[in-house]
Design a protein around this ligand. Structure first.
Ligand SMILES: [Zn+2]
Ligand SMILES: [Zn+2]
Length: 432
């Protein structure tokens, strides 16, 4: 049984303390201090956060292994300070059966870097026609608690209503990719004067906002939980604020890229900056940051979307939608929100670990560092330069050449180091 003594880390940015880890769980530091085999980690000057939890990751396996596998995605996650990720269902084939979601969870366990929680599809094949077997996926070994057709919107109101009803009975949540397909046909970038000037088809804010407005009302009418993926406009925040004030059970996420990048980057015509939903205006970015501060936005989720170079080294209209995110999410949050003083490290623990875990019904994250709980820790130097992403199989990192602050130094998952001194701990590919 490996034991660790982590010395002198600032817990959630508060005073320095020692953490003890034994048999995968937190123990009193004095309990391991005397043990001969205890490995001592000098964490002076580092901040200890609970292991990060991503509610929105694309790992591309099965079907897209040239872009990412569960193993490489898990490695990227560990390097980014994550100990759990939720793997979206838009793989090929789609994760819409008990067998497939169980396979995804098993691949994650075999990789051993993070807990991989499969997201089940809402509709069969993501086709938006017929509900997938939500109950069977919830009752499978993978115990799915998040369902999403992400990449596509559950557009049919009746289907969405039935999905919410089923989710309620399974204590699960529907995570909606809010995009009215009729309003975004052929859309390439944020709608407005810049899209017109660049000659690219525009993606109006109302395509997102109108779906969110419908969905919060549907969630209210059936008494179910709704989660809104990647909120990108100031107007969406207003709708969610209204819904929360009304007592509707809705949670919302923002991606790191929507907290930092704006539509002006599309002027380069580099598909690196092509993403769904698109990069918006600076006033949207500022509103999104403010919504994280006020809590209208509950969590930061990466929407990590690896793509092979052939669909990113091409013309903008031909490019694929999506950006890498796992290894840069914490640095973006530190650089845009924490270091400028908008939120505290305690807030980061809430919106990047405790709350996403609660939304996904993931156990072991409700009270960071509590004795007896699984030892999931991220030790980060919040002000040194961030490391370059290197865990993913893909290279579509939109922050290339940007100075981001925040270096993940050690990541511990279930009491074992997955990253130490900024480097991955090699784990053999085992059959779990
Ligand atoms: Zn999406
Ligand atoms: Zn996504």
């Amino acid at each position: 049984m490996t034991s660790y003594l982590i010395q002198g880390a600032s817990l959630l940015g508060a005073k320095a303390a020692d953490l003890g880890v034994l048999g995968g769980a937190f123990v009193d530091a004095t309990k391991v201090a005397g043990l001969k085999k205890t490995r001592v980690i000098d964490a002076t000057g580092l901040v200890a956060l609970p292991g990060l939890v991503d509610l929105h990751t694309h790992v591309r396996q099965p079907g897209g292994e040239q872009a990412e596998t569960v193993r490489t995605g898990s490695r990227a996650a560990a390097l980014g300070g994550y100990t759990a990720v939720h793997a979206m269902a838009n793989t090929s084939p789609v994760s819409d059966t008990a067998e497939l979601v169980s396979a995804v969870a098993r691949w994650g366990a075999e990789a051993g870097y993070v807990e991989v929680r499969p997201v089940g599809a809402v509709t069969k094949g993501l086709e938006g026609q017929e509900l997938a077997p939500l109950g069977a996926m919830a009752r499978s070994a993978a115990q799915v608690r998040v369902f999403s057709d992400d990449g596509k919107c559950v557009h049919d109101s009746s289907l969405m209503r039935r999905a919410l009803q089923q989710a309620r009975s399974l204590d699960a949540v529907i995570a909606q990719h809010a995009q009215d397909p009729g309003l975004t046909e052929g859309a390439q970038m944020n709608d407005g004067p810049l899209a017109a000037a660049l000659g690219l088809a525009g993606w109006p804010a109302v395509a997102e906002e109108s779906i969110i407005a419908r969905d919060v009302l549907l969630a209210e009418s059936v008494g179910a939980r709704l989660h809104v993926c990647h909120v990108s406009t100031a107007g969406s925040i207003e709708v969610i604020r209204w819904a929360k004030a009304r007592g509707i059970s809705v949670t919302a996420e923002v991606t790191p890229h929507h907290l930092l990048l704006t539509e002006e980057l599309v002027s380069t015509f580099d598909p690196l900056f092509k993403v769904n939903p698109p990069l918006r205006r600076q006033e949207d970015v500022l509103a999104l940051r403010e919504a994280v501060v006020s809590g209208v936005i509950d969590i930061v989720a990466t929407d990590h979307a690896p793509h092979p170079s052939e669909v990113k080294d091409c013309s903008f209209p031909e490019g694929a939608f999506g950006m890498l995110g796992l290894e840069t999410a914490l640095p973006v949050v530190l650089s845009t929100l924490v270091n400028p003083g908008m939120v505290s490290l305690k807030d980061v623990a809430r919106f990047m670990s405790t709350t996403p875990a609660a939304i996904g019904r993931l156990e072991g994250y409700s009270s960071p560092f509590a004795l007896g709980e699984p030892a999931h820790i991220t030790l980060v130097d919040p002000t040194t330069e961030a490391s370059e992403p290197r865990g993913s199989l893909s290279h579509n990192n939109p922050y290339r050449g940007r100075d981001l602050e925040g270096r993940v130094v050690h990541t511990m998952y279930r009491g074992d180091l997955t990253v130490t001194d900024g480097e991955l701990v090699e784990r053999p590919e085992v059959n779990a």
